[in-house]
Design a protein around this ligand. Structure first.
Ligand SMILES: [Zn+2]
Length: 217
């Protein structure tokens, strides 16, 4: 691999905290690369390989893909990305378990990269509920809207509430986030960048970028 050492960042926060939005801004402004694990799994599940078929079956049952497979996929993609010499890599949706966090650390140590930092987007629970209740997504193209919005997307598709954004599903996802938060804060102690993710999107990105620039290792 190259002699430039990319910095690793894990972006995480409750559902609706603006993870993807902020991650995409960082990619643009800092020449980072982004790995969204959910997207990667969906991409692999479309491949006509043994692994692809296996992942497809797991996802269709609504089950979680095991640590070993998730990491295998992540590693393959990481190695490809590292060849492009990015200044940094942002992981979205990974690690989710202690096992995944340990596997990632071994990979990073084996390649002599600096250990990851965690960008933790903090939003109060009642604000999360308010945001997700107002969110609609285009059935056809996936574009996200906020109420008040028209009935149809600019592409003609119908705007609907995502099945994992019903009040019940939101509660469940928030619980999962809280469990994950405990795990990550212990494992990545001393490398967490807490950011209050409430207010203007640009102001929040500015805060994140300032904190990233302060990192020296
Ligand atoms: Zn659309």
């Amino acid at each position: 691999m190259s002699n430039i050492k990319p910095k690793f960042f894990i972006i995480y926060g409750p559902p609706g905290s603006g993870k993807t939005t902020q991650a995409r801004i960082l990619v643009k402004k800092l020449n980072f690369k982004l790995l969204v694990i959910g997207d990667l799994l969906r991409k692999f599940s479309r491949k006509r390989t043994d692994l692809g078929r296996k992942i497809k079956a797991i996802l269709e049952k609504g089950e979680l893909v095991g640590d070993r497979i998730v990491f295998l996929i992540l590693k393959t993609e990481l190695i490809n990305l590292l060849k492009k010499n990015p200044k940094g890599i942002i992981l979205d949706g990974f690690p989710r378990t202690l096992g995944q966090a340990r596997k990632l650390n071994s990979f990073i140590k084996a390649n002599d990269f600096p250990l990851p930092y965690v960008i933790h987007l903090k939003v109060p629970k009642r604000e999360i509920k308010k945001r997700l209740n107002k969110r609609r997504v285009c059935e056809k193209c996936g574009k996200i809207y906020t109420i008040p919005c028209p009935k149809n997307c600019s592409c003609g598709g119908r705007l609907i509430r995502r099945s994992d954004e019903t009040p019940q599903a939101i509660e469940k996802r928030y619980e999962i986030y809280q469990l994950q938060q405990k795990l990550l804060s212990q494992f990545y102690k001393g490398r967490i960048i807490p950011i209050r993710s409430v207010g203007e999107i640009d102001e929040i990105s500015k805060k994140i970028i300032e904190r990233i620039r302060e990192i020296n290792d």
